[in-house]
Design a protein around this ligand. Structure first.
Ligand code: GDP
Ligand code: MG
Length: 163
């Protein structure tokens, strides 16, 4: 089986955009049982000569397992625990938010290796946000633009030890 990378991050940071860029048309399997695998998509990713399974997770807002957001968070946590690496996306333009800090705290307590990527950093626009993401305590953030395809060489170098 292929190594697995799980993308984690708060809503709107660009997780699905990155997923789509890495998977292209090779979207593999989608289990669409309602409420069970909602938004937990996986596909075969290509990044230069790396091939791995990428998971697009959704939801980290609610810890109550009896709500839909709570079940989504539980799925996100399970996906990260099962993954060979977690790719933690933050929005370089928006900066670090309380929810980013909460996700970072949770990730620091897990064993899965984490790569922090400051997305929306096209054209050097995200350097301040990238530096801010050092405070998450999860290593040196890379600058990325999922939408414009920038920073993919750094992403490759960061993922290579784990996939
Ligand atoms: P998700 O909620 O984390 O899955 O985020 P999406 O992939 O749906 O993206 C949220 C919004 O951010 C969309 O409007 C995207 O077009 C935009 N977006 C994603 N990646 C980038 C990027 O690299 N640069 C910019 N400027 N916008 C981006
Ligand atoms: Mg999404």
């Amino acid at each position: 089986p292929l190594p697995v990378v799980a993308i984690i991050g708060r809503p709107n940071v660009g997780k699905s955009t990155l997923f789509n860029r890495l998977v292209g048309k090779r979207l593999a399997l989608v289990d669409d049982r309602p409420g069970v695998t909602r938004d937990r998509r996986e596909g075969e990713a290509r990044l230069f000569d790396l091939t791995f399974t990428i998971m697009d997770t959704a939801g980290f807002e609610d810890e109550d397992p009896h709500t839909l957001p709570g079940r989504m968070r539980a799925q996100t946590e399970a996906a990260v625990r099962d993954a060979d690496a977690a790719l933690f996306l933050v929005d370089a333009r928006a900066g670090i938010t309380p929810l980013d800090e909460e996700i970072g705290r949770w990730l620091r307590g897990e064993d899965t290796p984490v790569i922090v990527a400051a997305n929306k950093a096209e054209g050097r626009g995200g350097e301040a946000g990238r530096l801010e993401a050092f405070a998450l305590g999860l290593g040196e953030p890379i600058a990325l633009s999922a939408e414009h395809g920038e920073g993919l060489a750094d992403l490759f170098e960061s993922l290579r030890p784990y996939v």
